[in-house]
Design a protein around this ligand. Structure first.
Ligand code: 0O2
Ligand code: 0O2
Length: 210
């Protein structure tokens, strides 16, 4: 029987700390009044039942979770545009509060399901009363459209327990392509969108100051 509270404690601390740090990056863009490549950040510790399910599926012994399961601590960074993803990855590479262990590009190489995202696995040092403990965490970076698709597909996955009927599978793949075309279209009109956003931000600031 695993002591889950004790095992998950550094993961919980890491998620809380990383949320503050990654949200801080967005705040700095806001303060500089320049377009933030980060729209919003979320984070979670994988629920125990999901850890056990995934360990069973992948044949990971519970005493090897620390090294073999990379997403017990999970962060997600959402971007407005596909190009922002590269900028966010570059920002992560330039940090020195963690080490990047692996990058998986499911944008250039989408999954068969249609899933797109950029995954960065990091080794993050957590300071505990017993000294430093390094844990693995997975940062998923995606556009709002990719996130919309993945969130809905994920909830359908629960309903069908991963066994989608063929027609649903195909329709989800088509929906993923539609989401990607939407991203491409938004990128094409990016300049217009950003001008409009800058205009509204300025207007809001002027109203707040009067
Ligand atoms: P604000 O002031 O709303 O920007 P948390 O502990 O709440 O910070 P958690 O539990 O990881 O984070 O995730 P949660 O609560 O789902 O969402 C985290 C942040 O992302 C929240 O903002 C949400 O408002 C924001 N968020 C979630 N979904 C969307 C979305 O679709 N669009 C946008 N723009 N934001 C979203 P904060 O950080 O609490 O502060
Ligand atoms: P959660 O917490 O429910 O999201 P594998 O798990 O075998 O796919 P691996 O090596 O663990 O692969 O890493 P991978 O594929 O880089 O990352 C797995 C995570 O990416 C998943 O976590 C999902 O969050 C996300 N993901 C990957 N493929 C899909 C997909 O087809 N649809 C959706 N919606 N998300 C996907 P988990 O474990 O599913 O857990």
């Amino acid at each position: 029987m695993k002591n889950w509270d004790q095992f998950l404690s550094p993961y919980k601390q890491a998620v809380e700390e990383l949320k503050v740090k990654l949200k801080g990056m967005r705040k700095q863009y806001e303060q500089a009044s320049s377009h933030s490549p980060i729209e919003f950040v979320t984070g979670r510790v994988k629920p125990i039942a999901s850890i056990i399910d995934k360990a069973n599926q992948k044949g990971i012994p519970l005493d090897k979770l620390e090294t073999e399961m990379q997403d017990i601590a999970g962060l997600r960074m959402m971007c407005q545009f596909v190009d922002d993803i590269k900028r966010v990855v570059e920002l992560l590479r330039n940090r020195n509060d963690f080490e990047i262990v692996e990058e998986r590009d499911y944008i250039s190489h989408k999954k068969v399901s249609g899933y797109r995202s950029y995954h960065v696995v990091i080794r993050y040092p957590v300071q505990t009363i017993h000294g430093e403990k390094k844990i693995l965490a997975e940062i998923q970076i995606r556009t709002l459209a990719m996130n919309f698709w993945a969130t809905i597909e994920h909830s359908l996955n629960y309903k069908y327990k991963g066994q989608f009927p063929e027609d649903i599978k195909m329709r989800l793949q088509r929906a993923a392509e539609a989401a990607f075309r939407l991203d491409e279209e938004m990128s094409l009109i990016r300049g217009e969108i950003q001008d409009a956003q800058a205009f509204f931000t300025k207007k809001k600031e002027q109203q707040e100051n009067t």
